[in-house]
Design a protein around this ligand. Sequence first.
Ligand code: SF4
Length: 718
Amino acid sequence: MTPFNVIQTVCSHDCPDSCAVLVTVDEAGKAVKVEGDPTHPVTRGFLCGKVAKYLDRVYSPDRVIYPMRRRTGVAKGQIPHGEEQSAFERMSWDEALDLIADKLQEVSARYGPESILPYSYAGTIAALGYGSMDRRFFHRLGASQLDRTICATAGGDAFLTVYGKKLGTDTEDFHRARLIIAWGANIHGNNVHLWPQIEEARRSGARLIVIDPYRTRTAKLADWHIPIRPGTDGALALGMMHVILRDGLEDAAYIEAHGHGFEALRKRAGEYDPERVAALTGMTPDDVVRLAREYATTVPAVIRMNYGVQRSQNGGTAARAIAMLPAIIGAWKHLGGGMQLSTSGAFSFDGQALERPDLMKESPLGRPARVVNMSQLGAALTTLEQPRVHALFVYNSNPAAIAPNQNAVLRGMARQDLFTVVHEQFFTDTVDYADVLLPATTFLEHLDIQGAYGHYYVQFSQQAIAPVGESRSNVWLFGQLAQRMGFKERCFLDTPEEMIEQALNTAQNPAFPAMRGITPEELKKHGRARLRLGDNFLPFSDGIFPTRSGKIEFYSESLAEQGLDPLPAFVAPVESRHTKTDGAFPLEFLPRKADTYMNSTFANLPWHQRMEKATSGALEMNLEDAAVRKIVNGDAVEVFNSRGILQLRAMVGASVPPGVVAGRLSWNKLSTGGSNVNALTAETLTDIGRGATFYSTLVEVRKVQAGAEEPAAVEVCS
Ligand code: SF4
């Protein structure tokens, strides 16, 4: 054996870049180095700041390394930070699995299997870890199904209403663009492997425009930053259409060949003149015109829209309107032109084989179980009946920190009659509510296969090291539990290798030409395979749009049938400056993600905390809003609305426009007062896609007077 092995893995954190990660392992089996694969065309040999020091995380002394149960007498949610280890007592895996199986069977028999709720999202986005054996297990059990809406369904569903498939401009072609619009996209913070493409484009004369209410790192580096008001993106897209059509800058031939319902859209766009759009967005009419003309007359022009746009109540419609822009100017015809929201629609792993939805028919229900929206967990745990949720199984997620309407979520999770299992790597906020805690592997510690939503490579993620402590993968956990539950189906014995073969069933199916001939052997040998998209891939150049009309739908009959507007329009979110009625909460709140964390992941690591020090615990305010409230930089402030209250430190400046304030997501237990930004967010859903509406949140801010012992009381809705 050579003293060191270099193992090919893939970063499975929830990020479009899906980096190829080389892990150097010493002869004792310990990982000693992680680095980006220099041969990967998108990774290009570097990792982001979140993952560059990943071994600190893998070998952290704070890892959960064996199964544990809550000690008798320790109340849920009442564990002081730093004392988590002593709040739980060690148990063996056999004891833990038996206990969980017994409890799930008891709950199922007593209240029905739908009283069991899985809760997971993209703690890993690799195919097996994200959704495979776990889905089989909960399908077979007859548990409530989870509608996984918290991140991307509004934008994703909206894009599908227009094009029928989630394809996007190839990341590797962005360097060809001459105009790049980053719309709600903090590329420098959250999609950093696109950045070299943008730099290359700019060296060739391209301009970068950033549309974002917040002055992100990307905005600071742009040629033009447009700080529009939160939730007005759809109005701006309609205003751009207005100018483009008024000035005859559309690609009439492309629209004629591929569009459906365009004349209806033309009429609608006619209602959004630059003056009206300026009044809504906070721009000047001249800037609306300038933006539209620059966009329509620069070839190639590409929009990198990210999911921030769609986290408003009207976010689906906004994403839909923006998605229409490249079709209107014919940008899809040009290499480097078009739009990228996600490339995920090009990957066709065999979801039926991996997740086995057919097993729902084998469950005690013999039918599809009810569906619970993960963006409404608070309501699910506090008001949902018939049956009430009596068991919660959390993996790949930290709902106590990331779910909206946090006070309702925590009230629900604190219920004594709720049995909660948490499969985790660290002692997160959610762990504080666990009855049983199970140790989970990181991507270095298990085998998987992965697509991407920011490039077009299928990748094979080898297991680089043995699981740390007694940690185990999702596949292992749910396979073992299925045995304990007496599920006899062969699929519960499948190995990860077999499941990877199943995922690639589509490679033999002519219906999925992009997957053609991709084999586990090819992936193992090379670490990756580019989808069979051909050279110079132009999304939609085949003229195939799997929509109802078979065309690009500017007008959607499907939406009309759902009682929704078939055309894009600006409808103000209920919580916004446009609709506030009594003025009690006049400020629009942006509960932002930290650049160096991945949602709540990494927030507990010292190096990452140092990187976030400047804005950690801060409320960013515009000078105008601070002055009115007699707040200066560094003042202790309370941010509140009817759902909750936060204690933060004022950071006064120009990072947000007037009327907007911003805070950053961290763990509750690491935040002053024990709550994070989600204490203020609501469970209201988006207009399309039933997604979370984090960015439709109104608040008020007040200065904490020196010497005040207790925060002033705020009425919190129960
Ligand atoms: S978080 Fe994203 S950019 Fe960072 S290493 Fe993972 S995939 Fe790459």
